[in-house]
Design a protein around this ligand. Structure first.
Ligand code: PLP
Length: 341
């Protein structure tokens, strides 16, 4: 076994086929044992539930090499639990959580040569998902499903440092109250594509979604939770039942409180409060934190004091502590790091 000949620091955030993927089928009311296969193609009915009515849920996590040379993943138990929650909401049979972790471990181990070396900033992105594979024409759940895990090496999210981004307040909504905003389902992304393409065309990096009922509170972007720092260094993250519970956000809140001794608040955040915050960031697995410098709202701009040149000081400390924990430079809380090899 030898590492693949890849320019680790030069790869982008795209799909690149690796050697093995894990597949398990749900038939006659139960999941089979599952297996690693080489074929990257999925063959299903033209009338499969996923193709007609978008019956699919997914997860995203990373495997990477720590400073002492181990291959690890970060809190995969939380991905397993979240996939179960997502599946239940779309009438998909949940994949057993212990089997989920086993599948992730097996898939990463089988693609070990694609796990980027320590220090490159690159990681092996892991994508578990479940979809309805049997034919469905009347609206109902499929009878058969497939659970798959594939991996793809991805480059450092920020090439040449994390530059603050500009976000605009979207005229569209992401997730209705009592809808599906809190689950990781492809359908939440399909309906966000129009808005994200439009945002890019208008020169913005991302959309900020407000609560659809009152349009007075901050929810999240299409794929990341918000994190704000007050002028007296309290870490504030928006709370709402239609926000996707980011594992990165939950980990950062823990780090803020227990490693950095900061006050943390997980509560509804009014849009009107934003002008009083000192720093803003987006959190998710891909970037850990992307700093936000500016929010554009229909002709009005909110410019955070941290500016457009670099991450705010508290955001940066959070970023460095969490990535330090992930990379094995700082001791992790019990159970956060799953060693694969
Ligand atoms: C995946 C996702 C996030 C980030 O979650 P992590 O577990 O931190 O990767 C945030 N918002 C949405 C809508 C997501 O789909």
């Amino acid at each position: 076994m030898a590492k693949k000949n890849i320019d680790w620091s030069g790869i982008g955030f795209g799909y690149q086929k690796t050697d093995k993927r894990f597949v398990s089928d749900f038939k006659n009311g139960k999941w089979d044992e599952g297996r690693l296969i080489e074929d990257d193609k999925v063959v299903i009915s033209e009338c499969a539930g996923v193709l007609q009515y978008a019956q699919t849920v997914f997860e995203g996590l990373k495997a990477y090499t720590t400073v002492d040379g181990h291959i690890v993943t970060f809190r995969p138990d939380l991905n397993a639990a979240r996939l179960e929650e997502s599946a239940k909401r779309l009438e998909i049979p949940p994949y057993p959580q212990d089997k989920f972790i086993e599948a992730v471990v097996k898939t990463v181990a089988a693609n070990e040569d694609y796990v980027p070396p320590y220090g490159t900033g690159a990681t092996l992105y892991v994508r578990p998902y479940i979809f309805g594979s049997s034919p469905v024409i009347g609206v109902k759940p499929a009878d058969e499903y497939q659970f798959r895990v594939f991996t793809t090496p991805v480059g450092p999210y920020f090439k040449g440092g994390a530059k603050p981004i500009t976000i605009r307040v979207s005229d569209y909504d992401r997730a209705a109250p009592h809808g599906t905003g809190h689950i990781k389902a492809g359908l939440n992304y399909a309906m966000s594509l129009y808005q994200i393409v439009d945002a890019h065309n208008q020169g913005f990096d991302e959309n900020m979604y407000l609560d659809p009922a009152t349009r007075t509170r901050v929810e999240e972007t299409g794929g990341a939770n918000f994190l704000f720092i007050t002028k007296d260094n309290t870490v504030v993250t928006p709370k709402s039942s239609s926000i996707l519970p980011s594992i990165t956000r939950r980990s950062l809140m823990y780090v803020a409180e227990h490693y950095l001794g900061l006050k943390v608040e997980h509560r509804p955040v009014e849009f009107a409060e934003l002008k009083d915050f000192a720093e803003c960031g987006l959190c998710g697995t891909a970037a850990v934190i992307s700093p936000v410098g500016k929010i554009y709202d229909h002709g009005n701009e909110i410019c955070f004091p941290s500016g457009m040149d670099e991450m705010g000081p508290v955001t940066k400390k959070l970023y460095e502590t969490l990535t330090g924990i992930q990379m094995g430079r700082i001791e992790a809380p019990e159970g956060w790091i799953k060693v694969i090899k």
